[in-house]
Design a protein around this ligand. Structure first.
Ligand SMILES: [Mn+2]
Length: 622
């Protein structure tokens, strides 16, 4: 459920765009990293002409910084890859693993070996978890106003569902203990454990022993649902929901700790209006030390690839100057509480979505727990008459795992699910999802399965348009209805090179071997702007970078800044034609260059008729 940008990495982007396997992409990214290093460091510094800004030394430092960062990314991928089967641990892993950066220095080598192995298996410090109290206290992180609120005495009861696969037993037990001790007992009807076909032995007998012991005190209090094959996150939630009998159901990961007073505000909001779907506010349990880290209050949303993300609360919330007030949220990131019957009416879960499966179960499982597949279509709640909110007074701490999921499985599943959602719910804005993933809208070659049931659901519920949703519920989202071409930008002269944003610390675009990853994304608009790099998702993010003619040099400048300063940011371009600046009349072209490893560099010069193409074109939707 963890909602960070971690899930999207160079390697996963490489996998998805190139169709190569993980290992090949790992090698490839490593190779690219080294290659850049060689290009920039081996080559003697050319004599600087009149430079726009900065000195050469500064440039080199910046490049080295960037390389360091890239290398870190690659290294982390290589080291934190979860182990499969019997792996031999080299001594090197000890000093390099992030597990020991803030923890465990004093442990013996043997203990460290055990701890590391568990860490690589679970993605968090299972060794430490086994040694912490199941009933440990955690800090009360509710805003002040929460403690003075009084709640009705007739709140509805809740069933708490935990789903898991191969989770550490102590982590599951701590989730259950905190749920039992921090939910008033008259409000907690039952706990439902959904085991999505774990093969971890301790989750069989030992967990059953705990359940039996608890149920001997309170008969039927804990129910266990075990799948006899892996069904995935979504069908696991459905299984849990089916087993639930309370009027309200809470669907959670099994690596959480409930904070004090979480239940009453949630149940009150649902009692007042059963079409409200509620998320608590999440804090972090650090994967290495298990310390609780307070997270700022946020709403929950998504970017145009439909990866989940935290958002700033809307302005209207700040205007209330009341930290305990509910935060209206465009969507959900995965864990939530809902009226049991309303959940069914609205058909929130798309069982046609896939989250994991296939052979790569062990890895897929670990990451998919942290995936927001459920939240992926949660805005349909808004489109279909309900609402979503995050409550500052209801706080849950949640473990964000260390392993960065970059499996082929994960990214391709997310992309497939995103396209399903786009096709059913997003009307003309579905183009944005294809654009952000950089895939063609027609004949994308991706099988998204049957969506007729979901379309029928939308019709039956008489849901509003996605435009209505964007305008009224998610106004922070940037719209790109004026994009007419997207993909990578290539010159006919040298088709293995692509325009690339270059080092992200400067504003100089470069030519680089085509790899199709985000730095080479290009978007051409009907207003004749050429955006390079990531498609900025919301107005709270950095603006897109526009190609600008600055004193006859190609530069990348934030579009809003370039517009405000009346810079030369408009380019006349048609597919297969030249790219000419509207004001300066200069063309973007390649010139032969011995200084450059690829034999060419970018220039703005008198047009000589060089031709360019962008991968995909779109017809404008009015
Ligand atoms: Mn999670």
């Amino acid at each position: 459920m963890a909602c960070t940008r971690r899930t999207k990495t160079l390697v996963s982007t490489c996998v998805i765009l190139s169709g190569m396997t993980n290992i090949v992409c790992l090698l490839y990214v490593g190779w690219v990293t080294n290659y850049i290093a060689n290009v920039y460091i081996k080559v003697p510094m050319p004599v600087p002409e009149k430079k726009l800004e900065g000195d050469k030394k500064g440039d080199t430092l910046r490049i080295i910084e960037r390389l360091d960062r890239l290398e870190n990314v690659v290294n982390q991928h290589i080291q934190e890859t979860p182990l499969k089967g019997e792996d031999v641990l080299g001594d090197k892993s000890f000093s390099d693993s992030s597990l020991f950066a803030h923890w465990g220095q004093e442990l013996s080598a043997d203990s460290r070996r055990v701890a590391l192995k568990m860490f690589q298996y679970y993605g968090y410090n299972g060794y430490l978890s086994d040694r912490l109290s199941l009933d440990r206290a955690i800090p009360d992180l509710r805003p002040d106003g929460c403690k003075n609120i009084t709640y009705p005495s007739n709140l509805p009861q809740v069933s708490i569902v935990f789903i898991f696969v191969n989770e550490a037993l102590s982590v599951i037990l701590r989730s259950i203990h905190s749920a039992m001790h921090r939910t008033p007992s008259h409000l907690l009807k039952e706990i439902i454990l959904v085991d999505d076909y774990s093969d971890n032995d301790e989750l069989k007998e030992k967990l059953q022993d705990f359940v039996s012991a608890t149920n001997s005190q309170r008969p039927g209090f804990i129910k266990v649902v075990r799948h006899d094959k892996q069904e995935g996150l979504i069908r696991s939630r459905v299984s849990g929901w089916r087993a639930a009998t309370a009027p309200v159901v809470a669907l959670f990961d099994a690596h959480v700790e409930f904070n004090i007073g979480w239940a009453e505000p949630v149940l009150m909001r649902i009692q007042e209006d059963r079409t409200r779907i509620i998320s608590p506010s999440f804090d972090n349990i650090k994967y290495d030390t298990f310390e609780i880290e307070e997270y700022p209050l946020s709403a929950q949303g998504f970017d145009w690839e439909l990866w989940c993300r935290y958002l700033n609360p809307p302005k209207s919330w700040f205007h209330q100057a009341n930290n305990s007030a509910p935060i209206r949220s465009p969507s959900l990131i995965g864990c939530f509480v809902v009226d049991r019957l309303y959940f069914e009416e609205i058909g929130l879960l798309d069982e046609g979505m896939e989250v994991y499966g296939g052979e790569n179960v062990e890895l897929g499982v670990r990451v998919s727990n942290d995936l927001w597949a459920t939240g992926l279509s949660s805005w349909l709640v808004w489109q279909c008459g309900g609402s979503v909110e995050v409550l500052p007074c209801a706080r849950i701490a949640h473990i964000e795992r260390a392993h960065k999921p970059y499996t082929e499985d994960l990214t391709s599943h997310v992309r497939r699910n995103a396209l399903r959602v786009a096709e059913v719910w997003m009307d003309e804005f579905k183009s944005h999802v294809y654009m952000a993933w950089n895939i063609p809208q027609e004949d994308s070659g991706i099988d998204i399965g049957d969506i007729s049931e979901r379309k029928a659901l939308r019709k039956r519920l008489q849901c509003k348009t996605f435009r209505w949703y964007l305008v009224n519920i998610y106004p922070e989202m940037r719209m790109y209805t004026d994009t007419i071409a997207y993909g990578v930008l290539k010159n006919f002269l040298k088709s293995d090179l692509c325009l690339d944003q270059g080092p992200d610390t400067d504003n100089v675009p470069i030519l680089y071997l085509c790899h199709g990853m985000t730095p080479q994304n290009v978007y051409y608009t009907s207003t004749q702007q050429l955006h390079v790099g990531v498609l900025s998702p919301t107005i709270d993010d950095d603006d897109n970078k526009c190609l600008v003619d600055v004193n006859s040099r190609p530069r990348l400048i934030e579009c809003s800044y370039a517009t405000a300063k009346r810079m030369k940011l408009h380019w006349i371009f048609t597919q297969g034609g030249s790219i000419q600046n509207r004001k300066s009349k200069r063309c973007l072209e390649l010139v032969a260059s011995n200084d450059n490893e690829f034999g060419y560099q970018l220039a703005l010069q008198k047009c000589t008729g060089q031709k360019w193409s962008i991968t995909n074109t779109l017809t404008l939707v009015k």
